[in-house]
Write a protein that binds this ligand. Sequence first.
Ligand code: HEM
Length: 155
Amino acid sequence: MNEFALVRAVHVIAIVLWIGGVAMVTTVLLPAITRHVSESERVAFFERIEARFAVQSRWTTLAAGASGFWLVWQWDLWQRFLDVRYWWMHAMVAIWALFTLLLFVLEPLVLHRWFEARSKRDPVGTFALIRRLHWMLFTASVVTVLGATAGAHGG
Ligand code: HEM
C-alpha cells in the first residue's frame, strides 16, 4: 500500500467512526432517551453519555482534517475549491469546520452551560432542540459522504 492509499484509508476510517457515531446518537440514543428517561432528566442524562463520544469525535475530527488537507496538499487539489462541480469538496471542509467549532469551542465554552440552563426552564423543548440539531448535522454529513464518495470516483 502506498502512502496516498494509506492516508485515504485513515481519512475514511476517521469519517466512519465520527459520522457513524453521529448516526448512532441521532437514530438510536436520542429516541431511546425520549422513551425511557423522564422529561426533566433527559438533557443531563444525554450530556453525561455524550461526553465520552465527544472525546472520540475530537480525535476523529482532527484525523479527518489532517488526512484530508494532506491529500489536498500532496495532490495539489486547491483549484477544486474554485469550481462548483466540486461542491462536495466545499461540503467536506464546511462540515469539518462546523464540527471543529462545535466540539472545540462552542460546546465546552457556551453550549454545555446554555443547554443546562435552558433545560431547567423548558426540558421538553430543549431536548427537542437537541434532537433537531442532531438530525440537521447527520443529514448534512450523509449528503457530504454521498457527494464525496461519488465525486472521488468520477461520479
Ligand atoms: C478538512 C476537511 C476535509 C478535507 C480537506 C478533505 C479532503 C478530502 C480529499 C482530498 C479526498 C480525496 C478526493 C479524491 O480522491 O478526489 C477526500 C475523500 C473523501 N472524504 Fe474528505 N475531506 C475533509 C473532510 C471530510 C468530511 C467531514 C467527510 C464526511 C462527512 C469526508 C468524507 C470523504 C469521503 C467519503 C471521501 C471519499 C473516499 C473514497 O471513496 O475514496 N471528508 N476528502
